[in-house]
Design a protein. Sequence first.
Length: 262
Amino acid sequence: MAEADRGLPLAGRGIVITRPVAQAQPLARLIEALGGRPILFPVIEIVDVPDRTAVNALIDRLDTFDIAIFVSPNAAMQAMAAIRARRELPPGLAVVAIGGGSARELERQGVRSVVAPISRSDSEAVLELPLLHDVRGKHIAIFRGMGGRELLREALSERGGIVEYGECYQRVRPGVDVRPLIEALRLGTAEAFVCTSSEGVQNLYEMLGSAGQPLLRRTAVFVPHPRIAAAAGRLGIERVIVTDRGDEGIVRTLRGHFSVVA
Protein backbone atom coordinates (compact mmCIF):
# COMPACT_ATOMS: atom_id res chain seq x y z
CA MET A 1 0.00 0.00 0.00
CA ALA A 2 1.34 3.46 -0.89
CA GLU A 3 2.09 5.67 2.10
CA ALA A 4 -0.28 8.33 0.70
CA ASP A 5 -3.18 5.85 0.82
CA ARG A 6 -2.83 5.09 4.51
CA GLY A 7 -5.71 6.51 6.50
CA LEU A 8 -8.09 6.58 3.52
CA PRO A 9 -11.47 4.87 4.12
CA LEU A 10 -10.82 1.92 1.79
CA ALA A 11 -7.04 1.79 2.25
CA GLY A 12 -5.72 -1.48 0.86
CA ARG A 13 -9.14 -3.09 0.47
CA GLY A 14 -9.43 -5.37 -2.56
CA ILE A 15 -12.85 -4.80 -4.15
CA VAL A 16 -13.85 -7.03 -7.06
CA ILE A 17 -15.89 -5.18 -9.71
CA THR A 18 -17.85 -7.62 -11.86
CA ARG A 19 -19.24 -5.17 -14.44
CA PRO A 20 -18.37 -5.34 -18.14
CA VAL A 21 -15.04 -3.64 -18.75
CA ALA A 22 -16.52 -0.51 -20.37
CA GLN A 23 -18.71 0.20 -17.34
CA ALA A 24 -16.18 -0.71 -14.62
CA GLN A 25 -13.80 2.25 -14.90
CA PRO A 26 -15.83 5.04 -13.20
CA LEU A 27 -16.49 2.88 -10.13
CA ALA A 28 -12.87 1.72 -10.09
CA ARG A 29 -11.68 5.34 -10.01
CA LEU A 30 -13.96 6.16 -7.08
CA ILE A 31 -12.66 3.16 -5.13
CA GLU A 32 -9.05 4.10 -5.91
CA ALA A 33 -9.67 7.67 -4.73
CA LEU A 34 -10.53 6.26 -1.29
CA GLY A 35 -7.41 4.09 -1.19
CA GLY A 36 -9.07 0.88 -2.33
CA ARG A 37 -7.66 -1.61 -4.81
CA PRO A 38 -10.23 -2.36 -7.54
CA ILE A 39 -9.97 -5.84 -9.03
CA LEU A 40 -11.63 -5.97 -12.44
CA PHE A 41 -13.28 -9.33 -13.04
CA PRO A 42 -16.05 -8.91 -15.63
CA VAL A 43 -18.69 -11.63 -15.43
CA ILE A 44 -20.66 -10.32 -18.41
CA GLU A 45 -19.29 -9.50 -21.85
CA ILE A 46 -21.25 -7.29 -24.23
CA VAL A 47 -21.17 -8.53 -27.83
CA ASP A 48 -23.07 -7.77 -31.00
CA VAL A 49 -26.34 -9.48 -31.83
CA PRO A 50 -25.93 -12.25 -34.45
CA ASP A 51 -28.42 -10.59 -36.81
CA ARG A 52 -29.01 -6.81 -36.86
CA THR A 53 -31.86 -6.91 -39.37
CA ALA A 54 -34.66 -6.43 -36.83
CA VAL A 55 -33.04 -3.65 -34.80
CA ASN A 56 -31.93 -1.79 -37.95
CA ALA A 57 -35.48 -1.95 -39.31
CA LEU A 58 -36.81 -0.51 -36.05
CA ILE A 59 -34.21 2.28 -36.12
CA ASP A 60 -35.20 3.16 -39.68
CA ARG A 61 -38.82 3.56 -38.47
CA LEU A 62 -38.04 5.65 -35.38
CA ASP A 63 -40.03 8.58 -36.82
CA THR A 64 -43.17 6.50 -36.26
CA PHE A 65 -42.46 6.05 -32.53
CA ASP A 66 -43.52 8.34 -29.69
CA ILE A 67 -41.25 7.07 -26.90
CA ALA A 68 -37.90 5.26 -26.72
CA ILE A 69 -36.87 3.55 -23.48
CA PHE A 70 -33.24 2.57 -22.77
CA VAL A 71 -33.08 -0.09 -20.07
CA SER A 72 -29.39 0.14 -19.07
CA PRO A 73 -26.16 2.04 -19.72
CA ASN A 74 -25.18 -0.77 -22.10
CA ALA A 75 -28.45 -0.33 -23.97
CA ALA A 76 -27.86 3.40 -24.19
CA MET A 77 -24.32 2.97 -25.49
CA GLN A 78 -25.04 0.18 -27.95
CA ALA A 79 -28.34 1.54 -29.22
CA MET A 80 -27.04 5.05 -29.77
CA ALA A 81 -24.08 3.69 -31.73
CA ALA A 82 -26.48 1.68 -33.90
CA ILE A 83 -28.81 4.66 -34.34
CA ARG A 84 -26.04 7.09 -35.27
CA ALA A 85 -24.74 4.63 -37.86
CA ARG A 86 -28.04 5.05 -39.72
CA ARG A 87 -29.68 8.33 -38.69
CA GLU A 88 -30.30 10.92 -35.96
CA LEU A 89 -32.86 10.61 -33.21
CA PRO A 90 -36.19 12.14 -34.34
CA PRO A 91 -36.69 15.51 -32.60
CA GLY A 92 -40.18 14.62 -31.36
CA LEU A 93 -39.16 11.33 -29.77
CA ALA A 94 -39.47 11.24 -25.95
CA VAL A 95 -36.41 9.52 -24.46
CA VAL A 96 -36.69 7.57 -21.21
CA ALA A 97 -33.84 6.02 -19.18
CA ILE A 98 -34.38 3.34 -16.58
CA GLY A 99 -32.15 5.14 -14.08
CA GLY A 100 -29.37 7.62 -13.44
CA GLY A 101 -26.59 5.55 -15.02
CA SER A 102 -28.54 5.12 -18.25
CA ALA A 103 -29.49 8.80 -18.26
CA ARG A 104 -25.85 9.86 -17.83
CA GLU A 105 -24.76 7.57 -20.67
CA LEU A 106 -27.42 9.08 -22.95
CA GLU A 107 -26.25 12.56 -22.00
CA ARG A 108 -22.67 11.54 -22.83
CA GLN A 109 -24.03 10.48 -26.20
CA GLY A 110 -25.43 13.98 -26.69
CA VAL A 111 -29.08 13.17 -25.95
CA ARG A 112 -30.88 15.97 -24.13
CA SER A 113 -34.15 16.08 -22.16
CA VAL A 114 -33.91 12.51 -20.89
CA VAL A 115 -36.72 11.44 -18.56
CA ALA A 116 -35.67 9.08 -15.74
CA PRO A 117 -36.99 8.05 -12.33
CA ILE A 118 -35.34 9.69 -9.35
CA SER A 119 -35.93 7.28 -6.51
CA ARG A 120 -34.91 3.93 -8.06
CA SER A 121 -33.39 2.40 -11.18
CA ASP A 122 -35.71 -0.39 -12.25
CA SER A 123 -38.68 -1.16 -14.49
CA GLU A 124 -41.14 -0.60 -11.65
CA ALA A 125 -39.86 2.96 -11.15
CA VAL A 126 -40.02 3.68 -14.89
CA LEU A 127 -43.66 2.59 -14.96
CA GLU A 128 -44.42 5.19 -12.29
CA LEU A 129 -43.26 8.06 -14.55
CA PRO A 130 -46.18 10.35 -15.50
CA LEU A 131 -45.11 10.15 -19.16
CA LEU A 132 -45.98 6.44 -19.16
CA HIS A 133 -49.25 6.55 -17.25
CA ASP A 134 -51.43 6.92 -20.36
CA VAL A 135 -49.82 5.42 -23.45
CA ARG A 136 -52.95 4.40 -25.32
CA GLY A 137 -52.13 4.19 -29.03
CA LYS A 138 -48.53 5.32 -28.54
CA HIS A 139 -45.68 3.50 -30.24
CA ILE A 140 -42.90 2.64 -27.80
CA ALA A 141 -39.44 1.26 -28.59
CA ILE A 142 -37.55 -0.52 -25.80
CA PHE A 143 -33.82 -0.73 -26.47
CA ARG A 144 -32.23 -3.59 -24.56
CA GLY A 145 -30.03 -6.66 -24.85
CA MET A 146 -31.37 -9.98 -26.00
CA GLY A 147 -33.60 -11.52 -23.34
CA GLY A 148 -34.35 -10.08 -19.93
CA ARG A 149 -37.39 -9.06 -17.92
CA GLU A 150 -40.72 -8.69 -19.71
CA LEU A 151 -42.35 -6.40 -17.13
CA LEU A 152 -42.03 -3.16 -19.11
CA ARG A 153 -43.47 -4.56 -22.31
CA GLU A 154 -46.30 -6.36 -20.56
CA ALA A 155 -47.31 -3.38 -18.42
CA LEU A 156 -47.11 -0.84 -21.24
CA SER A 157 -49.08 -3.14 -23.54
CA GLU A 158 -51.76 -3.48 -20.85
CA ARG A 159 -51.93 0.33 -20.75
CA GLY A 160 -52.64 0.41 -24.48
CA GLY A 161 -49.13 1.02 -25.81
CA ILE A 162 -47.80 -0.56 -28.98
CA VAL A 163 -44.43 -1.88 -27.86
CA GLU A 164 -41.48 -3.20 -29.87
CA TYR A 165 -38.02 -4.31 -28.77
CA GLY A 166 -34.82 -3.00 -30.28
CA GLU A 167 -32.41 -5.74 -29.15
CA CYS A 168 -29.04 -4.23 -29.96
CA TYR A 169 -26.57 -6.43 -28.08
CA GLN A 170 -26.30 -9.69 -26.20
CA ARG A 171 -24.71 -10.60 -22.89
CA VAL A 172 -22.40 -13.61 -22.71
CA ARG A 173 -20.38 -15.15 -19.91
CA PRO A 174 -16.66 -14.54 -20.49
CA GLY A 175 -14.23 -17.41 -20.66
CA VAL A 176 -11.51 -16.32 -18.23
CA ASP A 177 -9.07 -17.95 -15.85
CA VAL A 178 -10.67 -17.76 -12.40
CA ARG A 179 -7.71 -19.24 -10.52
CA PRO A 180 -6.09 -15.87 -9.62
CA LEU A 181 -9.40 -14.64 -8.17
CA ILE A 182 -9.91 -17.83 -6.15
CA GLU A 183 -6.38 -17.49 -4.78
CA ALA A 184 -7.03 -13.85 -3.85
CA LEU A 185 -10.16 -14.94 -1.98
CA ARG A 186 -8.19 -17.60 -0.12
CA LEU A 187 -5.47 -15.10 0.82
CA GLY A 188 -7.99 -12.43 1.84
CA THR A 189 -6.70 -9.90 -0.68
CA ALA A 190 -10.09 -9.86 -2.39
CA GLU A 191 -12.44 -8.76 0.40
CA ALA A 192 -15.69 -7.86 -1.35
CA PHE A 193 -17.58 -8.08 -4.62
CA VAL A 194 -19.73 -5.50 -6.37
CA CYS A 195 -22.42 -7.15 -8.53
CA THR A 196 -24.89 -4.92 -10.36
CA SER A 197 -27.23 -7.46 -11.98
CA SER A 198 -28.87 -10.76 -11.09
CA GLU A 199 -27.39 -12.30 -14.21
CA GLY A 200 -23.97 -11.15 -13.09
CA VAL A 201 -24.35 -12.83 -9.69
CA GLN A 202 -25.36 -16.08 -11.37
CA ASN A 203 -22.45 -15.90 -13.83
CA LEU A 204 -19.97 -15.18 -11.03
CA TYR A 205 -21.20 -18.17 -9.06
CA GLU A 206 -20.95 -20.49 -12.04
CA MET A 207 -17.54 -19.16 -13.10
CA LEU A 208 -16.04 -19.74 -9.65
CA GLY A 209 -17.13 -23.37 -9.68
CA SER A 210 -16.85 -25.82 -6.82
CA ALA A 211 -13.44 -24.47 -5.78
CA GLY A 212 -14.55 -20.86 -5.42
CA GLN A 213 -18.22 -21.03 -4.50
CA PRO A 214 -17.66 -21.73 -0.78
CA LEU A 215 -15.34 -18.70 -0.64
CA LEU A 216 -17.91 -16.52 -2.42
CA ARG A 217 -20.62 -17.54 0.04
CA ARG A 218 -18.51 -16.16 2.91
CA THR A 219 -17.45 -12.94 1.16
CA ALA A 220 -19.35 -9.64 1.33
CA VAL A 221 -21.28 -9.00 -1.89
CA PHE A 222 -22.54 -5.47 -2.50
CA VAL A 223 -25.57 -5.07 -4.80
CA PRO A 224 -27.63 -1.99 -5.73
CA HIS A 225 -31.10 -3.56 -5.70
CA PRO A 226 -33.12 -5.92 -3.46
CA ARG A 227 -33.93 -8.08 -6.49
CA ILE A 228 -30.20 -8.77 -6.99
CA ALA A 229 -29.82 -9.44 -3.27
CA ALA A 230 -32.58 -12.05 -3.51
CA ALA A 231 -30.78 -13.73 -6.42
CA ALA A 232 -27.57 -13.84 -4.37
CA GLY A 233 -29.42 -15.24 -1.38
CA ARG A 234 -30.84 -18.08 -3.46
CA LEU A 235 -27.26 -19.10 -4.25
CA GLY A 236 -26.42 -19.33 -0.56
CA ILE A 237 -24.34 -16.15 -0.40
CA GLU A 238 -24.41 -15.22 3.26
CA ARG A 239 -23.21 -11.60 3.36
CA VAL A 240 -25.23 -9.54 0.89
CA ILE A 241 -25.37 -5.76 1.39
CA VAL A 242 -27.80 -3.58 -0.58
CA THR A 243 -26.07 -0.29 -1.43
CA ASP A 244 -27.28 3.24 -1.97
CA ARG A 245 -28.04 4.26 -5.58
CA GLY A 246 -25.42 4.91 -8.26
CA ASP A 247 -21.64 4.53 -8.15
CA GLU A 248 -21.38 7.16 -5.44
CA GLY A 249 -23.94 5.23 -3.39
CA ILE A 250 -22.02 1.98 -3.86
CA VAL A 251 -18.81 3.59 -2.67
CA ARG A 252 -20.58 5.27 0.24
CA THR A 253 -21.91 1.88 1.37
CA LEU A 254 -18.49 0.25 0.95
CA ARG A 255 -16.95 3.02 3.02
CA GLY A 256 -19.50 2.59 5.78
CA HIS A 257 -19.11 -1.19 5.82
CA PHE A 258 -15.33 -1.18 6.06
CA SER A 259 -15.27 1.57 8.68
CA VAL A 260 -17.24 -0.82 10.92
CA VAL A 261 -15.23 -3.98 10.20
CA ALA A 262 -11.84 -2.24 10.35
